[in-house]
Design a protein. Sequence first.
Length: 394
Amino acid sequence: MATLLLTLAVLLAPVSVAAAWASSQINDVDRYVQTVAPLARDPAVQDAVTDRVTDEVVARVDVHKLSDYLARFLSDRDAPRFLVDAAGSSDEELKSVLTTAVRYVVNKTVTSEVFAQAWDLANRGAHTATLNVLTGEGGGAIEIKGDTVALNVGVVVEEMQQRVIGTTLVDADRIPGADTSIVLLRNDQVSDVRDTVRWLGVLGPWLPPLVVVLAGAGVWAAPSRRRAVMGVAIGTGVMMCGLLVGLSVLRQLCLDAVPPSVTSRDAVAAVYDTLVRFLRQATATALVIAVVVALAGYLYGPGRGAEAVRSATGRAVGAVGGALVRKGGDTDGVGAWLRTHRRFTTVVVALAGVLTLLLWSYPTPAVVVVVLLCVLLVLAVLGVLAAATADTKG
């Protein structure tokens, strides 16, 4: 029974991490906005948006009408015939000049902080409790429709209608509106992936606690609890490594699914990396925790290396405690109590560290390391206080 529970916990560990990430994107609007905010500030994405909007704007301008107007203007002012003829046949030249001008203004707008702020506000408004980037509905930054994944820039492109483009180059109503999007990739499995992630979001609040319960029950029922703890930690660490590899493989698959019409694979890569960066972070956090737990289980055991570490630590703490006593720092009754209840205080401090991580909204590997160092520091201080009293009595 113990083996079965531990195996289930290990196998479900990466699924629970992915589910927790999906749930955070669906149910936490601040986290969702944090996820998509860098897209408006990424150079590759900005270039892709600039190209898309520029093409849309230029396509809505009747260049031939402009060249005819220019030819009539020159003719009315008795310009030489060759200039009138040249103006009348300058469609391509005018289009090139117009494209350059529009691209300049669009890029200036897209790379501005105003655009980035409009992007954040638009996506915050588009987010709901159940409809966002993972479902492909609700007008968020990423739209999943059919077999395509698209970057939706229509949520902020109206901002340009209030700016220079709408008053100098073309009429504001010629600027593409809320239907503007950039197809990032096309694959027959996109809808299946969307449905899978949607279910992960539903399971997100429940799956991680279930994994913890399964692991705890398996450890409790195991003949050797220390070995069970080490086994589930090592297994979880391996699964987290597998999840990180899987995310890298999925990234390459996404790049391979980029349609020929999308010229910037860098933009697709930037979008993918931005969207899954918190999933990678959560996976790395779980990996660090697994490594810490496995090391703790090993150091608690009878191995030579573990005994050597414990012995060296004990001597160091004793030496510091002795130095404290020699300087008049006898801890008296407090130190004696700490010495008598060393196991109890160790468990309390360790549980305090675990509780800190559980209460931390989105812990990172750095947070885990800092909490671990704080736990070790507190244990070291308590050990010194206990050693000080022991040396005094000695």
